[in-house]
Design a binder for this molecule. Structure first.
Ligand code: HPA
Ligand code: MG
Length: 216
């Protein structure tokens, strides 16, 4: 397991002018926080760590949609590439996709429901890797892990591309993490703001104009 890359609060990111940004978003972003190429190179290393840690045992890799889809496909591609090329061993992979719906009623602390995906019984006795785009307060992940435990997997680990330094965090830290980022709203590489910006190549910080334009 490797330490994640820490992006400091003082870091200003790259100017939008230095990269290619779709016309439909050029007024809505403040900066490029993590360019696509760097995301890819970091995922290559996370894939190597996972390949090393999980050995020859089958792994059920669960993608948390929609935000996790790009990280998931790039991560699985890289693990598959190691599987093809490392010779002595490989990690048998099965894939699954879930979505989470959260509820907040007036009394309870809020619960989540898993929608889609295979029957959760299939994780029984298996090594499970949950793949997420971002951990913010950590509450959603904590609830998902509690839910998964009921199905008695052999072990559950989490890979999150981003971990936000969020004052309201419950302290949850994923086993595999790409980048630890400042408490700013980020979009792109499948991360959204009200379903916008998933089609943006790089991970960017959204500006006030973008927030106002797409708030619901
Ligand atoms: N961007 C997108 N989705 C999120 C974020 C963010 O910064 N934090 C929690 N969910
Ligand atoms: Mg998410």
């Amino acid at each position: 397991m490797t330490t994640s890359i820490r992006i400091e609060d003082s870091y200003q990111g790259y100017s939008l002018d230095s990269f290619c940004i779709p016309k439909h978003y050029e007024d809505d972003l403040e900066s490029v926080l993590i360019p696509y190429g760097v995301i890819h190179d970091r995922i290559e290393r996370i894939a190597k760590d996972i390949f090393t840690d999980f050995g020859k045992e089958p792994l059920v890799a669960i993608c948390v949609l929609k935000g996790g889809y790009k990280f998931y496909t790039d991560l699985i591609d890289k693990i598959n590439s190691l599987n093809r090329n490392q010779g002595e061993r490989s990690v048998p992979l099965s894939v699954d996709f879930i979505r989470l719906r959260s509820y907040q009623n007036d009394k309870s602390i809020g619960t989540i429901e898993v929608i889609g995906g295979d029957n959760m019984e299939s994780v029984k006795g298996k090594n499970v890797l949950v793949v997420e785009d971002i951990i913010d307060t950590g509450r959603t992940m904590q609830k998902l892990l509690g839910l998964l435990e009921e199905y008695q997997p052999k072990c559950v680990k989490v890979a999150s591309l981003l971990l936000k330094r969020q004052p309201a965090s419950n302290g949850y830290i994923p086993e595999y993490c790409g980048f630890e980022i400042p408490d700013k709203f980020v979009v792109g590489y499948a991360l959204d703001f009200n379903e916008r910006f998933r089609d943006l190549h790089h991970i960017c910080v959204v500006n006030d104009n973008g927030i106002n334009k797409y708030k619901v």
